[in-house]
Design a protein around this ligand. Structure first.
Ligand SMILES: Cc1cc2nc3c(=O)[nH]c(=O)nc-3n(C[C@H](O)[C@H](O)[C@H](O)COP(=O)(O)OP(=O)(O)OC[C@H]3O[C@@H](n4cnc5c(N)ncnc54)[C@H](O)[C@@H]3O)c2cc1C
Length: 578
């Protein structure tokens, strides 16, 4: 379908732009990414690129003309495509604007439909449902682009991530790390005479966690206010592509962004004592450590809790349906992680299906046998599912796929003007994915054709050492490319890891054999979650391992291990005979 190219809004204060040069003329062929025309604002000059392959079918602005943001500039489509309806829209838009100007109306930035009395056709340009890391980032981004934005939240700003997910779990993990550090401090020369036993004060751990959450949630509220986002409290119900009901009132928006998040899944099995089966959210509020815990599910959430509970003295058993824990992680790294977790005393039952949770045990089937494991408490960590409650997808014409809202690469749903970001679209249930999807949805709303690259979303697991990865595993890369080169550097050969007192782990870099382009990076190392961004950036820039190997890394740092693995993937490592 032909695409209308409009004057983009490049900054908060930009109201118009000047077209200074056409690179293509009507009838010319153009490729996606090729410059179409250049514009100039009072602050900057920029080339606007074609967002698709095609033919320039229409040009509506002359060189030297200045036009308001969102004004039509060109149409790109297929050869001989009928663009009469798009052109009619352009003409009627021009007429409407002229009549508004005749009435001395001021057209608010980003708002195209304005009535003659100066009141917008919609209450808001964008309504965002849900204030998690997807929704609040989208709202701030929208406001920064000059849009009038309302954000509706029914519970707590910050969503799962800030309140019952990423941040609270990481405060628990940090307490476990501190406990380990104190226990092992004599190895660092710390005199621990008189220190008979160390343990966590869970009440204090909980107070610290709540304090951090409170500060961050307050920070989000401040940012939304400072950016001029209207905050509405209550449960939002989408009525149609422009109307949202909240607290008995209907508000309208030109665009709606669904960012409702997700909720925990549970197993359809017999549970004898619901009180001792906790979700991750309930587990976060523990004030006493149980003696024995069965963790059902060996994904990221299950493994982080298993690590925490084992670190603070619980006997933990992980029961996983698949034949491996952490299925998204490179197999070689998973084997190392499982060995270290087993050394901590965590017991694993893989390829095991839980069939019943008794009063003090969990029954599962493993390779045809029925087995039981005793447990005071059970963590149900079998994944999460999109929160579609109250959203009548069928009636609204919103298609779903595997229980989540279906979106295209621009985050559009099948209902016009409605976008879905974050966990609700089920594509990659991570906070940073949700936030980036929020930015991409807003960019599309503002006329910039921007797409999400799910193959470059990093993931992180906060056990010690940390696990982080981006891109393909070695197995996936082999399946895709047939031939790959792999660079591997063990942390035991890294000076800083020795200084840190944890030289376990490995950095693994996978490149395609033909061009040397990095296609996957996997880390099991201290500080891995902070270091993975280097790999993500390199992959975003389509770098080769040689290019990263030729970038100087400071000494002594753990990041030198990445440097070495890049050397290994390209040629030979310097500090290891691999
Ligand atoms: C224990 C745990 C640990 C995690 N750790 C990490 C981690 O370390 N790193 C990471 O990247 N991800 C982590 N995640 C996942 C991460 O929390 C989610 O991917 C992220 O929060 C999704 O963001 P979102 O904006 O899509 O949804 P959410 O954060 O779930 O926010 C959705 C918001 O919408 C609101 N809402 C829903 N429906 C309505 C409605 N009808 N009207 C008004 N408001 C509504 C909800 O109240 C909620 O506040 C973790 C998750 C859990 C459970």
């Amino acid at each position: 379908m032909a695409e209308l190219i409009i004057m983009p809004k490049l900054g908060f204060n930009m109201s118009e732009g000047k077209l200074i040069k056409w690179y293509k003329r009507q009838g010319d062929a153009v490729r996606k990414g090729e410059p179409l025309f250049a514009i100039e604002t009072d602050k900057t000059g920029i080339d606007i690129e074609a967002t698709r392959d095609g033919i320039v079918l229409g040009q509506y602005i002359e060189e030297g003309d200045s036009v308001p943001v969102t004004s039509p500039i060109a149409i790109v489509g297929e050869k001989d495509e009928n663009i009469s309806s798009l052109e009619a829209e352009i003409i009627s838009g021009k007429k409407e604007k002229q009549s508004n100007l005749d009435n001395n109306d001021t057209v608010s930035s980003g708002k195209q439909d304005v009535n003659s009395d100066g009141v917008g056709a919609f209450d808001y340009d964008i309504i965002v449902i849900g204030g998690g890391p997807g929704g609040y980032v989208a709202a701030i981004k929208g406001a920064q682009q000059g849009k009038k934005v309302a954000l509706i939240e029914k519970k707590a700003l910050g969503g799962t991530c800030l309140n019952v997910g990423c941040i609270p779990t990481k405060t628990l993990m940090k307490s476990a790390e501190m406990l380990k550090a104190v226990k092992e401090s004599s190895e660092f020369g710390v005199k621990t005479e008189g220190l008979h036993s160390v343990s966590l004060d869970m009440e204090m751990v909980q107070r610290r966690k709540s304090g951090i959450v409170e500060q961050l949630v307050g920070g989000v509220q401040g940012l939304l206010r400072a950016n001029g986002v209207t905050l509405l409290e209550g449960e939002a119900v989408l009525m149609d592509s422009h109307a949202v009901q909240v607290q008995g009132t209907t508000i309208t928006g030109e665009f709606v962004i669904l960012a409702n998040g997700s909720k925990p899944k549970t197993l359809p099995i017999k549970i004898h004592d619901e009180a001792r089966v906790l979700s991750s959210e309930e587990m976060l509020n523990l004030t006493e450590i149980p003696n024995t815990v069965a963790v059902i599910g060996g994904g990221v959430i299950g493994i982080e809790f298993a690590y925490f509970l084992a670190s603070v003295g619980a006997k933990v058993t992980v029961i996983e349906f698949l034949d491996s824990i952490l299925p998204m992680v490179d197999e070689e790294i998973t084997r190392l992680v499982m060995k270290d977790l087993s050394d901590m005393g965590i017991e694993f039952h893989l390829s095991s299906q839980v069939i019943e949770i008794g009063k003090n045990d969990v029954t599962f089937q493993k390779q045809g046998d029925t087995e039981k494991v005793e447990s005071d408490m059970v963590l149900m960590a079998v994944g999460r599912v999109a929160a579609l409650d109250g959203l009548d997808c069928h009636k609204l014409g919103i298609e779903t796929v595997r229980g989540a809202v279906k979106t295209d690469e621009r985050l559009c749903t099948t209902l016009k003007n409605v976008y879905a970001i974050g966990d609700i679209n089920g594509k990659s249930m991570l906070a940073h994915t949700a936030s980036m999807e929020g930015i991409i949805a807003v960019e599309n709303i503002c006329g910039k054709a921007s797409t999400m690259r799910y193959d470059r979303v990093p993931s992180a697991i906060y056990i010690q050492p940390e696990v982080a990865s981006v891109g393909l595993t070695e197995k996936e890369a082999m399946e895709k490319y047939g031939q790959v080169k792999v660079g591997k550097f063990p942390l035991l050969a890294n000076g800083k890891a020795k200084v840190e007192g944890d030289e376990r782990g490995l950095i693994k870099v996978i490149v395609d054999a033909k061009y040397g382009e990095i296609v996957g990076v996997h880390m099991y190392a201290v500080h891995a979650t902070d270091m993975i961004s280097e790999a993500t950036l390199a992959m975003n820039l389509e770098s080769t391992a040689e290019e990263v190997a030729m970038s100087i890394h400071p000494h002594p740092t753990v990041s030198e291990a990445i440097h070495e693995a890049m050397h290994g993937a390209h040629d030979r490592m310097i500090h290891f005979l691999g």
